[in-house]
Design a protein around this ligand. Structure first.
Ligand code: DC
Length: 219
């Protein structure tokens, strides 16, 4: 049996940073499920699909093959056989993933099967929105990682500043709140804390403290 650590939570809570570190400590693979939804969103943007046209979206999603491989421990998302990792982290792709792709039942079904397979064959740390509730309901450790919207916005602002990009704190916070609302209120597999998940509010915690807390839950 594989060992499964599920980490869910809203955008910007630091899930991927934390999950990657926990995976390294445990020598598990890290599966970033958001990247799979983002790859599908990237495909739709490339194809120029109309976000309002459900049948066009469904048809274009069906034409996209998403697979996952690992290189030096890093997840690589292949869209129709091509590595798309480097184009997934833009706001446009993130918004399309949240507003359009994540609501599509066929896409969720396909990606969930892929995610379950990865977790059956490997010890995993998997992060996303519905891991503890839908993808890995029997996970050994479940964490719901959150932080206040203001603090998540501040972290994003600092991230941009470090890259020499200017951001508007209020705009970033408004975007984060909008994303939370979309992810928490969609009909299928909305973001919510699983009943048996441990809530970690990282607002006043360092990355290392959060990692340590999760590693302790594994004992
Ligand atoms: O974690 P992220 O920001 O890369 O995710 C992008 C979007 O993908 C997120 O806003 C909602 C969707 N998503 C999802 O619906 N289910 C997941 N397990 C992961 C992401």
């Amino acid at each position: 049996m594989s060992y499964q650590i599920a980490i869910d939570g809203p955008a910007g809570a630091g899930k991927s940073t934390i999950a990657r570190k926990v995976a390294r400590e445990k020598n598990f693979i890290y599966v970033d499920t958001g990247a799979m939804y983002r790859a599908m969103a990237y495909h739709l943007l490339e194809e120029g699909a109309d976000p309002e046209n459900d049948s066009e979206i469904a048809e274009k999603c069906e034409g996209a093959d998403i697979t996952i491989s690992f290189e030096n421990g890093e997840q690589v998302v292949l869209l129709n056989g091509k590595n798309v990792n480097h184009v997934l982290r833009t706001e446009a792709v993130g918004n399309m993933a949240s507003a359009v792709v994540s609501r599509n039942p066929q896409v969720r079904q396909r990606l969930t099967v892929l995610q379950k397979e990865l977790a059956e064959k490997n010890n995993v740390v998997m992060d996303g929105r519905d891991i503890g509730t839908c993808v890995l309901p029997e996970a050994d450790v479940k964490v719901y990682l959150t932080a206040s919207a203001r603090i998540r916005a501040k972290r994003r602002f600092d991230e941009l500043a470090a890259k020499g990009e200017a951001g508007d704190m209020d705009q970033i916070e408004a975007d984060i709140i909008k994303r939370d609302e979309q992810d928490m209120n969609r009909k299928i597999a909305p973001l919510r804390q699983a009943e048996d998940a441990v809530l970690i509010d990282s607002s006043r915690m360092t990355i290392e403290e959060v990692v340590h807390t999760i590693l302790n839950l594994c004992r």
